[in-house]
Write a protein that binds this ligand. Structure first.
Ligand code: SAM
Length: 325
């Protein structure tokens, strides 16, 4: 396929993520008043995903919230860089909740996606109220908003693969601070890049920022029967996911982070393990009552093929050390 056609397909995965998020909200798994604004309504009720998909969306969203919140819990200024943020709503939830003093929040995605996000924010009173006044950069490649004491937000239209060749002389991502503890989040984004490119993106931040953490969520285990089905389903949609082969197990994900220079609290867990160990019994009872989940085996298979990995360098995230594992 033409490379641009592939980019368009990859950008379409954001619509998938937004629809799944709204399904999980609509079915009562997640509370997120902003998810609805990022799915175009066709007049009917929102698309309802399978119960195992809703449970997966719930588990990964709450797991990443927990890791991000623990990172933000430290004192002083903090920075978040969300790679392939798409129409993710975490930024709105976070700024709406408050306690964001000194928070610098960056989101990066292809220009079409970052522009779409700006249009939606501008056209929506609730989102506009949270994000305040928006400024568009002169070259129109990014937009930002100064939230005063509540922090600042930057949304970049940038192909991450451009960070790969970033030598010392290359201009920094606008607004990126290199002097404050920073968390780089990839919620199903780096997996679409070639393995070396994904490593180079992490290195871009690693080489510039002293106190750095990272959280990566993506599929793994391409080598068993279920993994093969997953891979061929992706291929049928024209999507390749190089990290499936490069980091086929949670242990490989931990090794990946260590090799990238993250040596503090390095850990990778499957979504299945996170569901078992991080979600309280009360919460499980509540979720089970929302809709029947008969496909227990399917859930185990699916949840065993997605991993959340995290680690840090030059920074100790206290809350990460206290998570059940
Ligand atoms: N993180 C969001 C979430 O979890 O809801 C969206 C995930 S979506 C599956 C993957 C996102 O990564 C898409 O929005 C896509 O445009 C973005 N992406 C993939 N490759 C990228 C690249 N080379 N540069 C910038 N963004 C990229």
């Amino acid at each position: 396929a033409h490379p641009d056609a592939h980019d368009t397909t990859i950008q379409g995965t954001d619509t998938d993520a937004a629809v799944s998020r709204l399904s999980a909200v609509h079915c009562g798994y997640l509370t997120d008043p902003y998810a609805q604004f990022f799915v175009s309504a066709d007049g009917g009720p929102p698309t309802r995903r399978l119960p195992i998909i809703n449970r997966g969306t719930y588990t990964r969203t709450t797991a990443l919230d927990r890791l991000v919140d623990a990172f933000l819990d430290g004192r002083g200024q903090r920075q978040i860089v969300s790679l392939g943020a798409g129409t993710d709503t975490r930024v709105f939830r976070r700024f709406a909740r408050g306690e964001t003093e000194g928070l610098v929040y960056h989101e990066i995605d292809f220009e079409v996606i970052s522009q779409k996000k700006m249009r939606i924010v501008r056209g929506n009173p609730m989102l506009s109220r949270i994000m305040g006044e928006i400024t568009v950069s002169e070259d129109a490649t990014y937009w930002s908003s100064d939230l005063g004491t509540r922090g600042e937000y930057h949304c970049h239209g940038l192909d991450l693969r451009k960070l790969v060749d970033a030598g010392e002389s290359q201009a920094l991502i606008p607004g990126l601070r290199t002097d404050i503890p920073t968390l780089v989040v990839s919620e199903c984004c780096l997996c679409y890049l070639a393995t070396e490119q994904a490593a180079a993106v992490l290195a871009y931040f690693h080489n510039r920022i002293q106190s750095l953490g990272t959280v990566i969520y993506e599929p793994v285990l391409s080598h068993d029967a279920f993994g093969k089905v997953m891979t061929s389903n992706l291929a049928a949609r024209g999507i390749s996911m190089p990290t499936l082969d490069s980091y086929p197990t949670p242990t490989d994900q931990e090794k990946r982070l260590s090799e990238a220079g993250f040596h503090g609290s390095v850990k990778a867990m499957t979504v299945g393990d996170i569901w078992r160990r991080w979600v309280s019994e009360d919460e499980k009872t509540r979720l089970d009552s929302l809709e029947g989940l008969d496909e227990v085996e399917e859930w185990e298979l699916l949840a065993g093929h997605y991993v959340v990995a995290w680690g840090s360098k030059g920074l100790d995230v206290q809350g990460w050390n206290e998570l059940p594992n």
